[in-house]
Design a protein around this ligand. Structure first.
Ligand SMILES: [Fe+2]
Length: 496
C-alpha cells in the first residue's frame, strides 16, 4: 500500500507560527492599550517587553519544530509503497512489528540466482564491487579536471567535505551478480546504431541547465556513461512482463540465464500494478523551484515528462542483483543518495530484499525528500511575512538543497517496496553481532522514464573485454561520487 505523505507537518509548523505571531501582538497591545507612550522611560520599557515576548515566541517555535521533526523521524516511511501484511494507513508510527508479504515465487527466484552464481564461480565471472576509496592516479586526475572546468564553486565545496567519506571496505563486501556498471553505454567500448541519438540525448541533458523531472538540480554524466535498462514487454498471451532481448551482456551466453529472465519477469509483473499506482500518485505532483520566487521564468521551468509514461505495455528497468557480506562484529551504514544521474532518468526503485540473515539486526532504510510546491501553504506571493516569522524552518523548507525526513522501514528479509527517485535514502546500522560474516541479498529494478530516455541494453553491442569495461567503471564511479545532486547526498553504488 502506498503510504502517502500528506505534508501536514509543514502546515502545522506554519500555523504555529501564525498563532505565536498573534499571541505576541495581542499580549503586547492588551498590556499597553491604556498608555500613551510619550514618556521616554516607558518607551524603553516597552521595547524591552516586546523583545522578551519575541524571545519567548522564538523559543516556543524552536521547541515545537524540534518535536515535529522528532515525530517525523519515528514514522513509518512515507512516499513509499510497502508490501506489508495488514497495512494500517492510520498508524504511521514505525512499530518494528511490521510484517512484509512473502513473495510466492521466492524459492524459484532464489534457485535461478544461485544457478547463475555457480556459473559465475565456475567461469571466472565473479565481480566484487571495487572500493571507491581506492580510486587514484590518472582516473582521479581526469575526472577532477573535468569537474573543476564544469563547476568550480560547487567542486570546492565538495572537496572540503571529501575527508568525511566513510570507508566501508572492511565492513561490507559486495558481490555484483547483475550490475548496471558492467553494461553502461560509453562510446569508447560500445557500438550502437543509435550512437548519434544517444550523443544528442546527452547534449540535450547537458544543455538543460535547470532542474530535472523530480525538481532536483539536473546532473548529467560528464563522461557520458549511461546506465542501460532491460526491456520488459507485456505479453498478453502469458499475462506477464517478459524480458525482451538482453538482461546482462556478460551472461548472455549462459544457458541458465533464460530461467532468471523468466523469474525476473514474474517478479516485475508482481511489482507492476503497485508501480502504476505509485506512478499515478507521483506524476500528479508538481515540482517547482521554491527557494527563489523571483526566478520563476522559462529558464527554471522543470521539464516534467513523467505524466507521459505508461507502464501497461513495457517497463524499462535497470536490473541489479547484489549479495552483501557484513563482517563479524560490525555495523554497516550507507550514505544518502538517489539512484543515478538525471541523465540515467530513473523514475522509481522497486526493491526486494530476498535474503537477509536473521542475525543481521537493527538495519533501517531511511528516507528524506526535497521540498515540493505543495509544501508551501497558500500562495507564496500572498503570504504575509509575519505569518512565518516563527516558523524557523520556513526558509529551510523552501530550499531545494535541504531535505525533510520521511521516516524509515526495518530492513529484514522479504522487505519489498517501491519509492520515487525524488527521495534520498540510506541504509542505517545493519549490525552483525556474531563472530561470523553474514549475508544478505537484494534485487532492485530501477525503472527508467522510457519516454525521455528510450535507449536500452538491446541498442548496444559491447566491443571490448570486461576488464576494460571495469577500468572505465572506476572513472564512472569516481565521477558519480563527486557530481552530486544535492548537498545532502553522497554516492554509493552498493546500497540497500
Ligand atoms: Fe538506493
Amino acid at each position: 500500500m502506498l503510504n502517502i505523505d500528506n505534508n501536514s507537518y509543514i502546515r502545522n509548523i506554519y500555523s504555529k507560527s501564525i498563532d505565536l505571531h498573534s499571541f505576541k501582538e495581542e499580549s503586547y497591545y492588551s498590556r499597553n492599550k491604556n498608555k500613551d507612550g510619550d514618556n521616554q522611560e516607558e518607551q524603553v520599557n516597552e521595547d524591552d517587553i516586546w523583545e522578551r515576548l519575541n524571545y519567548k515566541c522564538q523559543n516556543e517555535a524552536k521547541q515545537y519544530c524540534k518535536s515535529v521533526y522528532q515525530d517525523l523521524k519515528l514514522q513509518k516511511a512515507c512516499d513509499v509503497f510497502i508490501f506489508e501484511e495488514n497495512f494500517d494507513s492510520e498508524n504511521k508510527i514505525l512499530t518494528h512489528n511490521e510484517k512484509y508479504i512473502a513473495y510466492e515465487r521466492k524459492l524459484k527466484l532464489q534457485k535461478a540466482i544461485n544457478t547463475i552464481m555457480t556459473y559465475q564461480d565456475k567461469n571466472n565471472l565473479v565481480d566484487y564491487h571495487p572500493n571507491i576509496n581506492s580510486i587514484g592516479g590518472e582516473i582521479k586526475e581526469l575526472v577532477d579536471q573535468e569537474m573543476v572546468a564544469k563547476n568550480k564553486n560547487r567542486w570546492q565545496r565538495h572537496q572540503q567535505k571529501e575527508e568525511k567519506l566513510q570507508n566501508t571496505a572492511d565492513i561490507v563486501k559486495v558481490r555484483n551478480i547483475i550490475h548496471q556498471s558492467l553494461q553502461s553505454y560509453h562510446k569508447d567500448y560500445t557500438n550502437s546504431p543509435k550512437q548519434a541519438e544517444i550523443q544528442a540525448y546527452f547534449k540535450r541533458m547537458k544543455q538543460s541547465n535547470g532542474y530535472d523531472q523530480w525538481g532536483k538540480e539536473c546532473k548529467t554524466s560528464l563522461s557520458e556513461f549511461l546506465w542501460l535498462p532491460t526491456v520488459f514487454a507485456y505479453s498478453e498471451k502469458n499475462q506477464m512482463y517478459e524480458v525482451h532481448g538482453k538482461l546482462f551482456h556478460p551472461l548472455e551466453q549462459c544457458p541458465d540465464l533464460a530461467e532468471l529472465k523468466q523469474e525476473l519477469g514474474h517478479l516485475l509483473t508482481y511489482f507492476s500494478k503497485p508501480l502504476q499506482e505509485t506512478h499515478n500518485h507521483f506524476k500528479q505532483l508538481y515540482y517547482k523551484l521554491m527557494h527563489n520566487y523571483s526566478d520563476f521564468d522559462d529558464d527554471n521551468e522543470i521539464a516534467d515528462v513523467k505524466p507521459k509514461v505508461d507502464f501497461s505495455q513495457k517497463i524499462h528497468a535497470i536490473v541489479k542483483i547484489s549479495e552483501m557480506e557484513i563482517a563479524p562484529n560490525s555495523t554497516y551504514s550507507g550514505q544518502w543518495h538517489v539512484e543515478g544521474f538525471s541523465s540515467d532518468n530513473i523514475l522509481y526503485t522497486c526493491l526486494y530484499v530476498i535474503e537477509h540473515d536473521q542475525n543481521l539486526i537493527n538495519g533501517k532504510l531511511k528516507f528524506k525528500r526535497t521540498p515540493r510546491s505543495d509544501d508551501v501553504p497558500g500562495d507564496p506571493y500572498e503570504q504575509e511575512q509575519c505569518a512565518h516569522q516563527y516558523c524557523p524552518n520556513y526558509e529551510y523548507l523552501c530550499d531545494p538543497d535541504k531535505v525533510i525526513p520521511l521516516g524509515s522501514l526495518d530492513i529484514k528479509e522479504n522487505l519489498m517496496i517501491i519509492f520515487p527517485n525524488q527521495n534520498i535514502h540510506k541504509v542505517k546500522g545493519i549490525k552483525n553481532v556474531t563472530d561470523k560474516p553474514l549475508k544478505r541479498k537484494i534485487i532492485a529494478f530501477f525503472v527508467v522514464n522510457h519516454e525521455d530516455q528510450p535507449f536500452t541494453v538491446n541498442d548496444v553491442q559491447f566491443t571490448k573485454p570486461i576488464e576494460i569495461i571495469k577500468e572505465y567503471r572506476m572513472r564512472d564511479m569516481y565521477e558519480r561520487s563527486k557530481n552530486k545532486q544535492t548537498e545532502a547526498q553522497s554516492f554509493n553504488y552498493c546500497e540497500h
